[in-house]
Design a protein around this ligand. Sequence first.
Ligand code: ES4
Ligand code: ZN
Length: 324
Amino acid sequence: MHDFLRRLPKAELHLHIEGSLEPELMFSLAERNGIRLPYDSVEEVRAAYDFTDLQSFLDLYYQGMSVLRTAEDFHDLAMDYFRRASDEGVVHVEMHVDPQAHLARGVELPVVMEGLSLARRRAWRELGLSSALILAFLRDRPAEEAMEMLERAAPYWEMLDGVGLDSAEQGNPPEKFVAVFRFARELGIPRVAHAGEEGPPEYIRQALDLLDVCRIDHGVRCLEDPALVARLRDEQVVLTVCPLSNVRLRVVEQMADHPLPQLLEAGLRLTLNSDDPAYFGGGMLANFEACHDAFGWSRETFVALAGNALEAAFMSDERRQALL
Ligand code: ES4
Ligand code: ZN
C-alpha cells in the first residue's frame, strides 16, 4: 500500500508554504542571515512542536518564519518543499502564503513574490511539478489591513490563483472580510477560506454565503450541523481536510477519532492535505498513510480522494487532462 500511495498522483490543495519550513532549513537560513534562534538544535525545535490548539502552533509558526528575509530564502523554502513533495508523488501544490506576516517584520511583497515565483518555475521545469499561489489574509488582523495588502499586490494580481483566509479562526468570522473578498471577486480571483476547523459551522455558512468561496479549508466541524452537511453534499463543495494537522492541533484526540469516515459517508467532496508539513509530522504521503492505518481504506477510496483534488485544483484543463 505504501508504494501504491506514493505512486498515486496527488495534488495538494491546502499547504501553508511557511509551514513547510523544516528545522534544518530554519537553522541554515538563520545562520545565513545572522539571526539567533531560541533553540540550540534541530531536536530541540522538534520537541517544542507540542501544540495544545491552533494559537499555540501559530505562535511558533510566526516565530519560525523570522529566518525568511530575502527572495533567495523564499526560493529555498519553496524548492526544498517541492523536492520533498515530488519524492512523495505530489504532482501539483497549491500554496497559501501570508504576506501580512512578512510585511509586519519589514519583508516587502516583491521579496516574497520573486522568491516563490522563481521556485515555482524551477519546480515545473526540473520536477514536472505544477503549482498555484493563494494569497492569504490573516483573519486575526484588521480587515482594512487585508484590503491594503491586496491593493499593494496589484503587480501580482495576474499571477494569483486565489485568495484565502487563515490564522486564528475563533472570534474572527468570515463576515469580517466581506469587503476584501468582494474586491477579489471583482478582480476575477477565485476564493477559498479556512472555516470549521476550530470555529463553528456558522463560519462555514458565512464563507459560502458572504465570501463566495469555491472551497472550504478544513470544514470538519460541519458535522455538528446536519443541514449544512446536506448543503455541502448537494453543492459538492470541496473540503480540504488535513488529518495530521487536526491531531497535532487537538481538533481531534487521535487519528482513530477523526471524522473523515463520517464526512466520506455523508457524500462530501473531500481532499487530503498536509497544512503545515514541517510542524505536523509529515507531508502528503504521511497523511495518506495515516488514513490507511486508521481507517483501512481501499485503493479505490484513495484514488477517489486524489481525483477530487485534481478536479478541484487551480490548473489548466490541459494539465488536468494529462493527470486524470
Ligand atoms: C494557519 Cl489557520 C492555519 N492553520 C494552519 N496553518 C496556518 N498558517 C496560517 N494560518
Ligand atoms: Zn491551513
